[in-house]
Design a binder for this molecule. Structure first.
Ligand code: ADP
Ligand code: UVW
Ligand code: MG
Length: 398
């Protein structure tokens, strides 16, 4: 491989840290290997697989190594051993919040990194996890180019009224508005839709990204015109441990009557709510689907009720619905959830074919469905690799 021809992509989500190494010497990035940094086990683990999913490498850290940052350095070591010294041209990071200033990828200088760290109160579950590896990798290889790609960027064109909150306007001027997240996923899925169903791609589409975090995006002409997450990734749908949209009076009540501190309310809403809070069992949809506990069923019902409700709201923004796409861990794998959401939306002309839904091979609607329904596996990592490759090329030709 030519020197500096690859990009390492890190995707730090709320429940997982995934990565991919891409060759960017051709127009379209090619996956060389992928992996997972697993912090949930007693000893943090790094697993690297080839593009087909066969194991290439695995290492574990001591339990005392509470900071899994060392694992990022292990990834660099693996790349040097396997692909040669100097083969890595840059690292691309998924950064959840880009704030008002960033509508596209940006190089992570110290100034930019500090600016993004200041946004931590707006994404406390994600922003520190996204930015921690920037420091670790800088300490190991100070000369390495690091690039941030934002969840918020895809929604940068959101305009009032979709982007506005009904509070005095002076707050909007200070950046208090709907930003929206999961943009790297929506961008990828919108691109795939152009390939799968070119006649539909410009039409009224809702993409349902249902993972540990969950949100909806309404697209017209492939662009975001509304979304369920807001200033923070707490708004909108029921999530693994997040509450989604909630009467803001509840927050006041918890502070005034339950005497909870701001930090305690933040912890409750980000870490203890959602599927976990309602079921009292788990934030993981697989566990809930396998459970016979009534509380698990109640959590699932609330999840599908609110997802269907949100899709109807997005359809109203679009003044109709032509196409519905499921993605994310739950959207791609949980046929029961897709089926239940479809049933709640039958009045809107959503009719899912049970056999196609079982196999989840792209199109899953019945032939008499007014709405075309698809399952499209997301790929935030390749979206980041594409952005990094474009930025590096621009820098080269500048
Ligand atoms: N086969 C499956 N059936 C049902 N749910 C699944 C399945 N596989 C993954 N999930 C769910 O997907 C969610 C994680 O989604 P994912 O998009 O991978 O997370 P993240 O938001 O961390 O990127 C979990 O709730 C998990 O239970
Ligand atoms: C923004 C967000 O909620 O991301 P994730 O689903 O990866 O937690
Ligand atoms: Mg995710």
């Amino acid at each position: 491989m030519p020197a500096s021809a690859s990009v390492l992509v890190l995707n730090s989500g709320s429940s997982s840290i995934k990565f991919g190494l891409f060759d960017i010497s051709a127009a379209e990035p090619v996956l060389l290997c992928k992996g997972l940094l697993d912090e949930h086990e007693a000893r943090p683990r790094l697993v690297v697989k080839d593009p087909a999913g066969e194991d290439l490498f695995e290492t574990r850290r001591e339990a005392s190594d509470a900071d899994s940052g060392h694992l990022f350095a292990d990834v660099l070591g693996f790349i040097e051993d396997h692909f040669g010294k100097g083969s890595l041209g840059a690292v691309g990071h998924r950064v959840v919040h880009g704030g008002p200033d960033y509508s596209g990828p940006v190089e992570l200088t110290e100034e930019v990194t500090a600016k993004l760290e200041a946004l931590t109160p707006l994404a406390p579950l994600h922003q520190p996890r996204c930015l921690a590896p920037v420091h670790t990798l800088k300490a190991v290889q100070p000369a390495l180019t690091q690039i941030a790609c934002f969840d918020t960027a895809f929604h940068h064109g959101l305009a009032p009224p979709a982007s506005s909150f009904a509070i005095p306007r002076r707050f909007e001027a200070r950046g208090v508005r709907r930003y929206g997240f999961h943009g790297l996923s929506f961008e990828y899925v919108a691109g795939r839709l152009v390939e799968i169903a070119p006649d539909l791609a410009a039409r009224r589409t809702v993409i349902a990204h249902l993972g540990n975090g969950a949100s909806l995006c309404a697209l017209r002409d492939g662009r975001s015109v509304d979304t369920t997450m807001g200033l923070t990734p707490l708004d909108g749908l029921v999530m693994g441990t997040r509450c989604g949209a909630i009467d803001p009076g509840v927050l006041l009540y918890l502070q005034q009557h339950e005497k909870m501190s701001v930090e305690a309310v933040q912890h409750l809403l980000y870490h203890e709510s959602g599927l976990l809070g309602v079921s009292g069992l788990s934030s993981d949809m697989r566990t809930l689907l396998a459970s016979r506990e009534p509380a698990a069923r109640e959590a699932i019902d609330l999840f599908t009720f609110r997802a269907a409700q949100g899709i109807a709201v997005m359809a109203n923004t679009l003044q109709g619905l032509d196409c519905l796409v499921f993605t994310g861990g739950i959207g791609e794998h949980a046929k029961e959830i897709r089926g239940a959401i479809g049933e709640r939306l039958a009045w809107l002309g959503v009719h899912i074919d049970p056999v196609a839904n079982d196999t989840a091979r792209e199109r899953i609607n019945r032939s008499d469905s007014a709405v075309d329904v698809f399952v499209v596996p997301t790929n935030e990592e390749i979206t980041i690799a594409r952005h990094c490759a474009a930025l590096l090329r621009k820098r080269h030709t500048a």
